[in-house]
Design a protein around this ligand. Structure first.
Ligand code: NDP
Length: 253
């Protein structure tokens, strides 16, 4: 079987799994963070879990870049830089800056996420640097790249700002949860997830690719149900929770 055929199978399997995952996550909230509960098997250190489960995003992409047949072009390098901007923070900085709270996570979650990031890194990287028609310097002036990159960076900024607001709710060593205020929390309960969804929607546009769109869809399938669970949890936990705050999309839901 040729790599192109194998790639198509893998990509459509990836899309199909997101279609099934979305409704499942509406009923079963992934058991980590505030939704941690017993019955999900052995637990591991959460910081180590984050580093291990996110690392394939960095390593797989770099591996695909270095073995790719058209990697060293301005457009390809620009897309790699966007990807690494996000994933170096998510993999090697974010986990070490989290404060207090739950420091264990189910091994099952780390393994599932590791599988996901390995497949996704391979799908994105092989397409960008080998299977696509290439992203030359002219791509940097294409409205799809410019619009997508702007949306990506806007989403990244919201994601970083929201992660920082959450982190600063706890003093070092402190546990427990508070009502987050300011930034995009004025509008929604999960602006970190909203930022993440905007980022990967921007990525889909900037790469103008099916794997990019598949990843954006997966991110929505994963994070929209969790935003709804977090929103419900805030409302049940804090009687004074802001009434007009939505879950994920300002003014919508
Ligand atoms: P959460 O918002 O659940 O938690 C982020 C951090 O903030 C955790 O350390 C958490 O502590 C703490 N925290 C959250 N709410 C409060 C609060 N009200 N008071 C005090 N501390 C709080 O985010 P996730 O852990 O689900 O995700 C982290 C990042 O990873 C996000 O930016 C998200 O977008 C991204 N992500 C991306 C995915 C994708 O599919 N691309 C999938 C999953 C995450 P504790 O751990 O104790 O709850």
């Amino acid at each position: 079987m040729s790599e192109e055929t194998l790639y198509q199978y893998l990509m459509w399997g990836f899309v199909l799994s997101a279609v099934f995952t979305l409704p499942i996550l509406l009923f079963i909230t992934a058991p980590y963070g505030r939704h941690t509960r017993k019955g999900w098997g052995p637990q591991i250190n959460a910081t180590a879990g984050w580093v291990v489960m996110e690392s394939p995003s960095v390593l797989m992409m770099l591996a695909c870049f270095f073995v790719g047949s058209h990697s060293w072009t301005a457009g390809s390098v620009a897309l790699l830089v966007l990807w690494l901007l996000h994933y170096i923070n998510r993999t090697y900085i974010f986990p070490f800056r989290r404060r207090g709270g739950s420091n264990r996570m189910p091994l099952f979650i780390a393994l599932s996420a590791f599988t996901f990031t390995s497949i996704n890194g391979c799908l994105q990287g092989r397409y960008l640097f080998t299977l696509s028609e290439g992203y030359g310097s002219e791509w940097l002036l294409d409205p799809r790249f410019i619009g997508g990159a702007v949306l990506f960076l806007f989403g990244w900024w919201i994601n970083l700002q929201s992660d920082a607001i959450l982190r600063n709710l706890r003093k070092p060593g402190e546990k427990g949860y508070k009502i987050p205020m300011g930034g995009a929390f004025r509008f929604v309960s999960a602006p970190n997830y909203l930022g993440e969804i905007l980022e990967w929607t921007g990525w889909a546009i900037a790469t103008w690719s099916l794997p990019g769109a598949a990843f954006a869809f997966w991110t929505f399938a994963n994070l929209a149900p969790r935003a709804l669970s977090n929103h419900r949890w805030y409302r049940e936990t804090f009687p004074d929770y802001p009434k007009n705050r939505k879950a994920l999309i300002p003014g919508v839901f």
